[in-house]
Design a binder for this molecule. Structure first.
Ligand code: DGL
Length: 266
């Protein structure tokens, strides 16, 4: 096996949201060794300027490159719309997987022709999202709903309190009133709210997120380059620009416990 196959894959998000993607990658590609940066010191990305997020993307990408990462996954919709084009330009040879709200599969799935999108303000206001709608949403109605405040609560490990219940309800209600039968979870934090969301919406409504698709795309890109790892399962290493103790405490709630949480000081 060449050195490239054993090299790690860098995965990052503004915080814990990308753990929903990390879980999918680990199920599909258990042999890959994964490095995860949670940029909790700068959360929420959804309310930051694209330029600020682009800078964070480069800082984190450089960190992964110094650790020999063979590929990069932006496990964050907001970082992707702001930064993926710039990263691909800077590192043309590096396999980079980004993510965007699943408008195309939702357009195929809807029967009422009305699709809802829950995402951050930054994602919904971006040119990349507008282009996505132009491309795939010509025959359907798309109702968008920014969700300020949700990410901050999820970051504390709150997935069930009356406060988050009330906030989520206020964001979902307009989608139900508009007749959506398909709801896109366009932020990687939101899949952690699926159980709560299921209590609020009819069972007939389809929820779509893209963590699984991201894992499959990573598998494709590495496979095309003959760079897939094939050894025994590898533990993930974590860094956070926030408080490592907080992150260590929330990991078992969202994924699993890990002793390997370090401070990301950049
Ligand atoms: N998890 C991120 C996403 O997928 C953004 C959360 C934030 O606003 O920081 O968009």
């Amino acid at each position: 096996m060449s050195r490239d196959n054993d090299a790690p894959v860098g995965v990052f998000d503004s915080g814990v949201g990308g753990l929903s993607v990390l879980g999918e990658i680990r199920s599909l590609l258990p042999s890959e060794s994964l490095l995860y940066v949670a940029d909790c010191g700068h959360i929420p990305y959804g309310e930051k300027t694209p330029e600020f997020i682009r800078q964070r993307c480069v800082i984190i990408a450089e960190f992964f490159r110094t650790r020999g990462a063979k590929a990069l996954v932006l496990a964050c919709n907001t970082a992707t719309v702001a930064g993926v084009a710039d990263l691909r330009e800077r590192y043309p040879e590096w396999p980079i997987v980004g993510m965007e709200p699943a408008v195309k599969p939702a357009a195929a799935a809807t029967r009422t022709g009305v699709v809802g999108v829950l995402a951050t303000t930054g994602t919904l206001q971006s040119a990349k999202f507008a282009a996505l709608l132009d491309r795939f949403a010509t025959d359907i109605q798309v109702v968008t709903q920014p969700c300020p405040g949700l990410v901050e609560l999820i970051e504390t490990g709150d997935l069930t309190s009356p406060l988050i219940r009330q906030l989520l309800h206020s964001y979902v209600e307009p989608l139900l009133e508009a007749g959506c039968d398909t709801i896109i979870l366009g932020c990687t934090h939101y899949p952690f709210l699926k159980p709560l969301l299921r209590e609020m919406i009819p069972a007939s409504i389809t929820l779509i997120d893209t963590g699984g698709a991201v894992a499959r795309q990573l598998q494709r890109l590495l496979g095309q380059r003959d760079m897939l790892a094939s050894g025994p399962p590898q533990p993930t290493q974590f860094w956070t620009s926030g408080d490592p103790d907080n992150f260590r405490n929330i990991l078992p709630v969202l994924l699993e416990a890990s002793d390997s949480v370090r401070s990301f000081a950049s």
